[in-house]
Design a protein around this ligand. Structure first.
Ligand code: NAD
Length: 477
């Protein structure tokens, strides 16, 4: 992988800076590139440029830009996947999949841009009604959107922020994760190549300790959209004051397996949900909640399939899993698993670490109070918790601080209805992993996983716009 010396993307200029952040390949430990360490002044300049600019793109123009960007992503998918893999350690299978998801976000955004979803209300519908109609229209924000993204989907998280912003004629300043900034910069360049005015999307890279506060408190900011961990999400909520926030935070998603389930199918979902993206998805399966009478067989199949999950050099096309983001993260998983074992959990496979490479790991007889399942363990760990009754399973799922998504393996309609109604989560996927969704559909959590505002292209469009009503005299037809 060639070394990339990158620049800031501020107001159509590519600005180099003396101070840089090195970007490391988590597998080889090589420095693969460097991005500028923006100053607070750089961030202020980006917001000034954004605030002064009023996008005037027609719906058709926004549609064309997003479609063209989708074409570029398809044409350069291999290069995109290589870059994601190099800076994040995700294996090529995962990073190719991510490039496909980015394309989907662009396509859905392009189509959403065409859709004027205004509503019409006739006013002659009450005894004191009038011969009028009230209409709604969605308008871009007056201020600028400030976006902050995490490391785990280096390009797709960025796409989920900027595409709805472009579709609604907003202006956005983005700070990507300092661990994976190169994919964000490449995506910005793809959008510019597709014709996006650079004032509508600027990227500042840097040290959050220095510049994050400016992204939250700059007077031009009207809305902060943040995806990342709970601690920083809550810090942002406390810091920003009278501003809108969309917070998409951590998860601790269960895969619930009932005694009628086809265990082969359930364990296919378990391993995919737990190990894809090296277990680093907010909606990864982080707890397997399995009915006691089928748990032994479930665990046997889980171990067998975990052994078959090939992990190693992320660039090797045959691997199912690469590294986690860095050695510190891998050490944390190792420590959490060791702690659970010391408290009585049974390690059945894995917990092997080499640098940032951490094996698929199966733990049985896990109890809900153990940190490995009480906290978000953001890596390829499969902890199994056994339960007897549905009440117990529901209490287990609802018993953590998180409430993002869930997967459910059963064909019992009575049980499905109970889980859908009683789980304190944003999504319940029957016979699917918790992470299943379209890039278009509403997505997001409650409790510590988020404030309930959703993402997904259509929901983000709602968050990023103000609804205005206007009314006209209108005689009954
Ligand atoms: P993180 O919270 O450590 O960092 C996220 C971003 O916040 C980074 O860009 C970082 O630079 C920035 N940041 C750091 N300090 C800041 C500050 N003081 N103010 C503002 N921003 C600051 O998260 P991460 O480790 O990059 O990502 C993993 C986390 O993200 C997991 O908890 C995962 O569940 C969560 N996540 C949630 C979703 C979702 O949609 N709910 C999706 C993906 C990831």
């Amino acid at each position: 992988m060639e070394f990339r010396q990158e620049t800031l993307r501020i107001g159509g200029e590519r600005l180099a800076r003396e101070r840089v952040i090195e970007v490391m390949n988590p597998y080889t430990n090589e420095c693969i590139g460097a991005v500028p360490k923006a100053s607070v002044e750089d961030v202020r300049r980006a917001f000034e440029i954004a605030r002064a600019y009023r996008p005037k793109l027609s719906r058709y123009e926004r549609h064309r830009i997003l479609l063209k960007a989708a074409d570029i992503v398809v044409a350069r998918a291999e290069e995109i996947a290589d870059l994601i893999t190099a800076e994040s350690g995700l294996c090529k299978k995962d990073s190719r999949y991510e490039a496909g998801r980015v394309r989907d976000v662009l396509i859905f955004g392009a189509h959403a841009a065409l859709n004027d979803d205004g509503q019409i209300f006739s006013c002659d519908i009450t005894p004191h009604g009038r011969e009028r109609r009230v209409y709604t229209q969605r308008e871009p924000l007056l201020g600028v959107i400030s976006a902050i993204t995490p490391f785990n989907h280096p390009m797709n998280q960025v796409a989920h922020k900027v595409v709805p912003s472009v579709a609604t004629n907003n202006r956005m300043v983005l700070k990507p994760s300092e661990k994976v900034p190169l994919s964000a910069l490449l995506f910005a360049d793809i959008l510019y190549e597709a014709g996006l005015p650079p004032e509508m999307f600027q990227v500042v890279t840097g040290d959050p300790a220095e510049i994050a506060d400016e992204l939250l408190t700059n007077p031009a900011v009207e809305l902060v959209t943040f995806t990342g961990g709970v601690a920083i999400g809550k810090h942002i909520a406390a810091k920003i004051g009278y501003r809108r926030t969309v917070l998409e935070l951590g998860g601790n998603d269960p895969l619930i397996v009932l005694d009628d389930a086809d265990l082969d199918k359930a364990t296919d979902l378990a391993v995919a949900g737990s190990y894809k993206n090296s277990g680093q998805r907010c909606t990864a399966v982080k707890r397997m909640i399995v009915q006691e009478s089928v748990a032994d067989r479930f665990v046997e199949l889980l171990v067998e399939k975990s052994r078959r999950w090939r992990y190693g050099d992320p660039m090797d096309e045959t691997m199912d899993m690469g590294t986690v983001i860095d050695e510190a993260a891998a050490k944390l998983f190792e420590a959490r698993v060791n702690e659970a074992v010391a408290q009585g959990a049974k390690l059945l496979y894995g917990n092997v670490r080499r640098g940032a490479l951490y094996s698929p790991t199966v733990l049985d007889r896990v109890r809900p109070e153990m940190n490995v399942v009480r906290e978000e363990t953001f890596g390829p760990v499969s902890p199994v918790i056994r339960f007897k009754t549905l009440d117990e399973a529901i209490a287990l799922v609802n018993g953590t601080a998180f409430g993002l998504s869930s997967g459910l393996c059963t064909n019992r309609l009575d049980a499905i209805a109970r889980f859908v109604n009683e789980l304190h989560v944003g999504s319940v996927n029957v016979w699917e992993v918790p992470g299943y969704r379209l890039e278009l559909t509403p997505f997001g959590g409650i409790k510590d996983s988020g404030l309930g505002y959703k993402e997904g292209v259509l929901e983000a469009i709602k968050s990023f716009t103000n609804v205005k009503t206007y009314s006209l005299p209108w005689p009954a037809a």
